[in-house]
Design a protein around this ligand. Structure first.
Ligand SMILES: [Zn+2]
Length: 180
């Protein structure tokens, strides 16, 4: 049986970086983005994956520079033939954080941290980085597990686009009803 202490540990946010006690200089953290990570957002088009994130954090008294390297795969579908894919993710992103109580305008790669804070939640940043790493069009030949699109699906798509759209039988029935 888990103790209360262990349960509290599980509830701790796994994507938080405690910088409050860090000395000035370089530090390293790592994160594993797996099903737990992808399940957290209901809006995500991605439902699973396995990505290693190495965070290189450089601290000064008033500033943090966070360099993220993401390497791994996400599970998704081919935009052409709908085959299940493991798509490679390989991205480098930099986030700047100013530790100050005079906040300025936030930018995509610049945030402000109050001097009273001591940790930063990087979940949303990691979420954005993974989604930004996906191209507009995900296709089999760029994936890890497939070299080309499913030929039978391609043939079917070709045939369908050459055919005239068929009359919808439900719609025909409705039209008959209105005629009466
Ligand atoms: Zn495909």
């Amino acid at each position: 049986m888990p103790t209360i202490f262990e349960e509290a540990g599980e509830m701790r946010n796994a994507y938080e970086v405690e910088y409050g006690n860090l000395k000035v200089g370089p530090h390293e953290f790592d994160f594993q983005l797996d099903k737990v990570f992808f399940d957290r957002s209901e809006e995500s088009i991605l439902k699973n994956g396995n990505i290693n994130v190495l965070l290189h954090l450089e601290r000064t008294e008033t500033h943090l520079t966070l360099k993220f390297s993401l390497k791994g795969v996400v599970e998704c579908q081919c935009d052409i033939c709908l085959s299940d894919l493991e798509y490679p993710i390989d991205a480098e992103e930099i986030l700047q954080a100013k530790i100050t109580d005079s906040f300025g305008e936030e930018e995509p790669d610049l945030i402000y941290l109050s001097t009273r804070e001591h940790k930063i939640d990087v979940y949303q940043h990691l979420y954005d980085y993974v989604h930004l790493a996906l191209p507009m069009k995900v296709v089999c030949e760029d994936s890890v597990n497939r070299s080309e699109c499913d030929k039978s699906v391609l043939e079917r798509l070709n045939n369908d686009s050459n055919k005239e759209p068929e009359a919808n039988p439900e719609w025909e029935k409705l039209k008959d009803l209105f005629k009466q």
